[in-house]
Design a protein around this ligand. Sequence first.
Ligand code: AGP
Length: 609
Amino acid sequence: MCGIVGYIGDKKATPILIDGLSKLEYRGYDSAGIAVFRDNDVHVEKYKGRLSVLADNVKDKDYDGTIGIGHTRWATHGAPSDENSHPHTNQSGNIAVIHNGIIENYMKIKEWLIEEKGVTFRSETDTEVIAHLIDYHYEGDLLDAVFKSIEKMEGAYAIGVVCKDEPDKIVAVRKDSPLIVGLGKGENFLASDIPAILKHTRDIFLIENDEVVLLTKEKVTIFNELRQVQAREVYKVTWDVESAEKEGYEHFMIKEIHEQPKGIHETLHRRLNKEGIIELDGIKITKEDLEGINRVYIVACGTAYHAGLVGKYAIEKFAKIPVICDIASEFRYRDPFIDENTLFIAVSQSGETLDTLAALREAKRKGARILSVVNVVGSSVARESHDVFYTWAGPEIAVASTKAYTTQQTAMYMIALHMGLTKGALSRERYDEIIAELGTMPEKVQSILDDFSAVQHLADTQFNNESVFFMGRGLDIDVANEGSLKLKEISYINSFAIAAGELKHGTIALIEDGTLVMALATQDRLYEKMLSNIKEVKARGAYVVAIAKEGNKEVEKSADTVIYIPDTMDELTPILSVIPQQLFSYYVAVARGCDVDKPRNLAKSVTVE
Ligand code: AGP
C-alpha cells in the first residue's frame, strides 16, 4: 500500500524520484522520503505528510546524486511520523531501504537483533528490521547480504536497497508486492507501478515472485531465489502517460467517471467477433468444462466484490449455475468446499489485493479452475490465474474505483452470456438480444454524463447530511451497496445500504425527519414493491431520492426527487444506475472539501492482509 521508486543512471536522481512518487501517491500519502548519493555518501530525506512536504524540503538542497530510491507511505506499523517514514537505514546509515508490504515476523527478528547485535531501533516500523538485517549479513557484497536477509523474512515485500560502499547499484526484491523495472539507455528504473516511470520508458520487465533484481546503469540482472539468472521478455506499455494524468479534470475520479463509456466499449467490442459472438481472448471454457462445473465462486474485495454480486446474478440467470459470491478476507478462513469441479472467479482492479490473491491461492490449492477479471496487465492475480479476462478500463488512479467497476460488470455479463450460450442454458435469440442491449451501454452512460445537473444540484443541497441510506431490491441492492461505499470512502458520510424489504425489520427505526434515502427502483418486476418501501420511509419523514428508468413516472408521486436513467432491460440497469451515485458521491465530497482522489485512511491497492 506504499509506492516505491528507484533510479540509476547519469541524470540527477532526486527530481526523477520525486516525479515518480507523485505518480504513486494514490498508493499511500502518509509520508514520503528519498535516499540519494552525494559526495560518496547516502543522504536520506524523509518527512511526515504529503509528497509536497518532501519536495519543498529538498528543492534547495542540490542533491546531484544520480542514484537513489524513494518511497511514499501508507502506514501499517507505526503512525505517520518523520521517524517511521522510509527510507530506513542501519545504525551507521550506509544502507538505506524502502519497502512496500508487511514483514509478518518482524518482531521476532527485531528482538533477535536487539539481543544478538545490540541494535537500537529508531522507528516503530517493521521495515527497519530489513536495514539492520542486511547490515548484519553484509560482508562487502550487497546482493549476497540481501539474499541472506530475505531467507529470514516472512510476509509480503517489494524492497529497494542502496549501500554507500557500493554506489553503482540498486538491489530490489519482490515477494507478493508489485514491482516492475523500467529499461532505459544508460539508465534503469524501479517502481511499484508503471505510471511512475512511463515518462522515461515504455520497456518494462515484470518481476516475478521471489525474484531479486540487481540494477546498474548499464544492466538489469534478475535472479530467482536459488540465485540463478532469469531471462525476461520486455513488456512494452501501450497506453500513454497522459492517460495517467488528469487531462484538465479537477480530480482523477471525475475524469475516470467520464471515461466509462470508452472503458465499457473497449471491454465489450474487443471481444465480439463478426457474428456478434463473444470470444473470451483465449479463455477456453468448453461445454464439457461447464457440464463439469457444479459450483462457481466469485471472490473479491470492496468495489470489485460489488461487481461480483452482479456477476452472481448474471451467471445464475444466464448460465443456470449456482454462484457463491464472497468477500476475500472471509473466504479463505471459511474452509470453503472447493474441488476440481469448482470455477473460482477472482475480481480485482489492481490485481494486487492480497486478500483476493490469498483466496485465489487457497482455491487453487484445492483444485479449482481459476478465472480472474483484472484491470492491471501482468499483475499477481492475473499471473497466478489459469485464465484472465482483462477489463480495458485503462489506468485507474483515483482511490475510489469507478470505471473499473462498470468494466468489471461488463466482464461479468460477458462471461455469464458466454457460459449460458455454451452450456445451452440460453437461447441464441435471447443471447443476441442481451448482447445488442449491452452494446448500447456506452452511449446510454454517455447520455447520463451529458447532463447530470439534477445530481449536482442534489449534492449541493444535501452534502451536509451526516448519515445517508441507500435501498433497493434484487440487483438494485447490489448496486446500492456500491453507491453507499463510494459516498463513505470519499465524503466520510456514514452511509448504509439495505435491502428495502428488510427495513421494516429494524433499520427503519433510524429514519426520521429529513433523513436522506437513495431509493433504487430500476427493476420493473419489483417496482411496485419499491414504491411501497418509498412510502414507508416517507411516512417517517425521510427525504427520498429515487433512481428510476425513464418512463416510470409513478415514482414521482412518492419520492422528493427522481433521477432518471435511460430505459434498458432489468438485467443491465446496474451499469447505468451506478453512474448518478458515483457523481453524487463525487460532488458531495467536493462540496465538503474532501481530498477526493486521496481519501483519508485509504489506498488504491491493499497489499497487506
Ligand atoms: C473502492 O473504491 C476501493 N478502492 C476498494 O474497495 C477496492 O475496490 C478494493 O480494495 C479492491 O481493490 P482491487 O479491485 O484492486 O482488488
